[in-house]
Design a protein around this ligand. Sequence first.
Ligand code: SF4
Length: 336
Amino acid sequence: MPGSFAAAGRRAELVAWYRGHGRDLPWRRRTDAYAVLVSEFMCQQTTVAAVIPYFERWMAAFPTVRALAEADEESVLGLWQGLGYYSRARNLHRAARAVVERHGGEVPDDWDALRALPGVGEYTAGAVVAFAFDRPAPVVDANVARVLARWMDLREPVDSTAGRVALREAARALQPEGAGAREINSAVMELGALVCKPRAPLCLACPVRGGCRATEPELLPVKRPRAAVTEVTERRAFVVDTAGLHLLRSTGRWRGMWILPETAAGGEIAHVERYPITRYRVRMEVVRQSPAEWSGLRAFGWDEVPSIPIPSPHRRAIEALVAKGRAVHREGHDEV
Ligand code: SF4
């Protein structure tokens, strides 16, 4: 790689900048591998600001890998609710069980053993090796990819095979011999978050600008064209009686969580909720139905609803319908 951070002698400048400017994130205060593993699962596709309260609640509820391994799925999903992408929670739960079964409850320090855990990809394995064990490992998340692509003026799409290889090699060249991987990887990541931002990078304040090859950094990184978004409509039932809210246990996308059941019924649409999922934009139409029209649902009292795992789009629809019901009730009509 032309002009790597290490070869250009930039590593020390970058680390010095990080020591002065890096944010005090809760998982950076901890170097136990389980906490690192949890934070890395949570930070996938989610902002740091959104993750912080979830991380703290999670570590209070499941302070060790064994505590998580022994937890039931419902309480795991319940603590995750609102973070989205629930497969991460299920995989983290399975990974904790695998750590107990295969490694006696100690998160392994070996890249291959980490990679073999459920839901642990190259990025997460590298992050645990570097951040928990302070050993060299390439750690390429979106922030790091952006910094390195700009630094190298990489014109290959960063999500292509050639682009990934180039980034991994650049990240590998960044690693110090022996200790120090924790700090240098954190520093590049933080540079991407605070200085080398997606739009309007703060190049004048950048500690490594002297070696950066980007002439038009805002045009980098290049990515492959995205698949077109497809609109889909689904119809779901809001089933309520004096016993409370009747929900279905999902066996599909939200496996293990409680959802409004899908229905083919016509009738008046009581609420519309829109949400994105992968390359789809979903219009969820909700109609009211009677429990008599259903079997296989479970009734939850309204005091139970806040603590059971319900995916965010369904919870928002429920809350909107409850609020509408209260408004109607205040006007002297029927309650929900
Ligand atoms: S000089 Fe600008 S583009 Fe280059 S690494 Fe620094 S912030 Fe990013």
